[in-house]
Design a protein around this ligand. Structure first.
Ligand SMILES: [Zn+2]
Length: 232
C-alpha cells in the first residue's frame, strides 16, 4: 500500500517583499490529537502541526503565525524591511521540521512581531508556542522563561488592548492568565484570576458567554492549588 506523506507544500505571496514562496503544512487527515494540557498545549500522535505554524519568507525574513500571514499594515511592512530584511541571509524553512527547526522559525516570528510593535496578544501567542516547544523537548527552564514572557504580554493585552480582534475572548484570556500564574507558582495571583472567572460565571448576563469546560478546569485547578498548599 502506498503511504501518503503527512506533510505537503502550500504557497503564499509575501506581503513584505511580494515574492511567491513555499511553506509546509500538515494534512488535516494526518492530525491526531492525543491530549491537551491545561494551558491548551496539544500532544499529537505522528506529525505535530504546531511545528509548522511559524511561516517564514525565505527571501526577506518576514515571519508570522500561519493564520496571520497577510495581517500586516503598511507601517509594519516598512519596519520589517528596515529591521529584519536588511540583515536577512536567504534561507528556506520549508520541508519537514524537527523541534529545533520549529524553534528557530518561531523565534524569527517573535523578532518580527517585536520589531513591528505588534499587539501584545500576538506576541503572547507566539511566546506560548515557544514554551510548548521547550516542553516537548523537556527543557523546563526555557519553557518557564517563555511562559513568563507569554504571561507578561497576556496581562498587558488584557489591560490595554482590544484582544477580541485577535480571536481571543475575555474569559479564555482570564483563564490563560490564571493558568500561567499557576504554572509559574504564583498561586495567589492564579487563584485571583480563576476566582474572577468563576464569579463572572455566576452573573446571568455573562454565563452564556463562558465555556463550562473552562469553569470546571478552573475549579479543579483551584482545588489542586489548595491541596498542594495544605500538604506543603
Ligand atoms: Zn518576503
Amino acid at each position: 500500500m502506498e503511504t501518503v506523506s503527512p506533510i505537503y507544500s502550500s504557497h503564499a505571496k509575501c506581503p513584505v517583499c511580494e515574492s511567491e514562496f513555499e511553506y509546509t503544512k500538515v494534512r488535516s487527515k494526518a492530525i491526531k490529537l492525543k491530549q491537551q494540557d491545561s494551558d491548551f498545549c496539544p500532544w499529537y500522535e505522528g506529525e505535530n502541526p504546531v511545528l509548522y505554524e511559524a511561516v517564514i519568507c525565505p527571501e526577506c525574513g518576514y515571519g508570522s503565525h500561519i493564520t496571520n500571514i497577510d495581517k500586516i499594515s503598511r507601517n509594519e511592512k516598512a519596519k520589517v524591511r528596515e529591521k529584519i530584511s536588511s540583515r536577512w541571509h536567504k534561507r528556506s524553512f520549508s520541508g519537514k521540521r524537527d523541534i529545533d527547526k520549529a524553534l528557530e522559525a518561531f523565534k524569527i516570528v517573535l523578532l518580527n512581531l517585536k520589531e513591528r510593535e505588534a499587539p501584545s496578544s500576538e506576541i503572547a501567542k507566539i511566546s506560548m508556542r515557544i514554551a510548548w516547544l521547550y516542553r516537548y523537548k523537556e527543557d523546563r527552564e526555557s519553557e518557564k522563561a517563555f511562559l513568563n514572557y507569554a504571561l507578561k504580554y497576556y496581562v498587558d493585552s488584557f489591560k490595554n488592548e482590544d484582544f477580541s480582534r485577535n480571536g481571543i475572548d475575555t474569559y479564555t484570556l482570564i483563564f490563560i492568565i490564571g493558568e500561567l500564574y499557576r504554572r509559574l507558582e504564583h498561586y495567589e495571583d492564579s487563584m485571583q484570576w480563576f476566582s474572577r472567572l468563576i464569579q463572572s460565571y455566576s452573573d446571568p448576563a455573562k454565563k452564556d458567554k463562558i465555556p463550562p469546560r473552562l469553569i470546571d478546569t478552573a475549579r479543579d485547578l483551584i482545588q489542586e492549588i489548595k491541596q498542594d498548599r495544605a500538604m506543603a
